[in-house]
Ligand binder design. Structure first.
Ligand code: FES
Length: 352
């Protein structure tokens, strides 16, 4: 080892000056400052071949991280969710979970290990002593921070070690992809599915409780009946998705009590059909007051006037309940005369 192989700032004589004077114990300060132990140079500081070896190790770790991230994505796409494997000592576990955990853990660990190895072997290892000082930053301090930052950037050798820089950026750029591919679990985009329901011209109104098509005579004045579209069976796979949009609330009013002209036109002999889904945040409405014709949502007390176009008279709901236009078919059953003319439920996707 020759002195010109060692970077200037690491030479012992200069470091002593940089550390400041060691204080001896006295009456005011009974504890002597022991100072720093003699500095030992690392192999990489004095041997360029050792530094190169360290550089390759760091690059290898970052490369392993990149491969692990790619393996994570491949495992996510190719391994079936229900496949189980035996792993000692864990026993039988999900192959997908095991592969995702292993690859993501490796990707993150090797980035950390690479950074630590880089800092320990190649970045400057100068020990610095800084006296305590007031918290406020003076212009001199800010200038010093700026200078230190620049020195740190220089010491890290980011500009010089291109292999490390490239692989580190590659590893850091790939790791977030693990999170991005998981977005696939949110499912496909809804498209216009939320704007339409199962109701269409000629669909019979079926009583939710008895499963029988409704006739006008089944709806008594003052009663509240819940209905679903014919053909929507409770056991079917799509039942929950569809009933959440198509559920109806049917009430018979005296035609002369109906104040809204369109409501009267869309009704049959005073029977009106409204969406049961609250326009606030989508709770099912179930409380009907026959004297006032008000329906109340139990979630946040939005109240709608069914005799006046289901107008909101109280609460946080943003707009009236959508009405379904109904009539009676040749056999005397209540039927829809089309779909709702506006999206049902909460107001955030309406009128878009
Ligand atoms: S969901 Fe009906 S008032 Fe909030």
């Amino acid at each position: 080892m020759s002195s010109h192989d060692i970077s200037e700032e690491n030479l012992p004589e200069q470091r002593g000056a940089a550390q400041g004077a060691v204080r001896l114990a006295d009456e005011k300060n009974p504890f002597a400052d022991p100072g720093l132990p003699p500095h030992e140079h690392r192999r990489q500081d004095v041997d360029e071949r050792a530094a190169k070896r360290s550089e390759r190790v760091v690059a290898l770790l970052f490369t392993v991280s990149m491969l692990a991230t790619i393996a994570f994505i491949a495992a996510y796409v190719t391994i079936p969710v229900d496949k189980a494997i035996y792993v000692f000592p864990l026993g039988h576990i999900s192959a997908l979970n095991f592969a995702l955990g292993l690859t993501l853990g490796t990707a993150l660990f090797t980035i950390g290990a690479g950074a630590v190895h880089w800092a320990r072997t190649l970045m400057s290892d100068v020990e610095l002593v800084d006296e305590r000082h007031p918290i406020e930053a003076s212009p001199e301090t800010r200038a010093k921070v700026h200078a230190d930052f620049q020195q740190g950037a220089k010491d890290s050798q980011l500009g010089r070690r291109k292999l490390i820089r490239t692989t580190m950026f590659g590893a850091l750029a790939l790791v977030p992809l693990s999170g991005v591919v998981l977005l696939r679990d949110l499912g496909t985009l809804p498209g216009t599915k939320l704007r339409h329901t199962l109701w269409s011209k000629g669909k019979l109104l079926v009583n939710m409780n008895t499963n029988q098509p409704l006739r006008p005579s089944d709806i008594a004045v003052g009663s509240l009946t819940f209905a679903k579209p014919e053909g929507l069976e409770e056991k079917s796979e799509e039942f929950q998705d569809e009933i959440a949009k198509a559920a109806l609330m049917i009430v018979r009013l005296q035609p002369e009590d109906i104040k809204d002209k369109r409501e009267l036109e869309w009704s049959h002999e005073g029977i009106v059909a409204y969406s049961k889904i609250c326009t606030h945040v989508g709770c099912p409405i179930s409380l009907y007051e026959q004297q006032t014709h008000h329906v109340l949502c139990p979630c946040h007390q939005s109240t709608f006037d069914l005799s006046d176009g289901a107008r909101v008279i109280f609460g946080p709901a943003g707009h009236p309940l959508p009405q379904l236009r109904i009539g009676v078919n040749d056999e005397g059953y209540l039927e829809a005369l089309g779909d709702f003319e506006e999206p049902v439920g909460p107001a955030f996707w309406e009128r878009g």
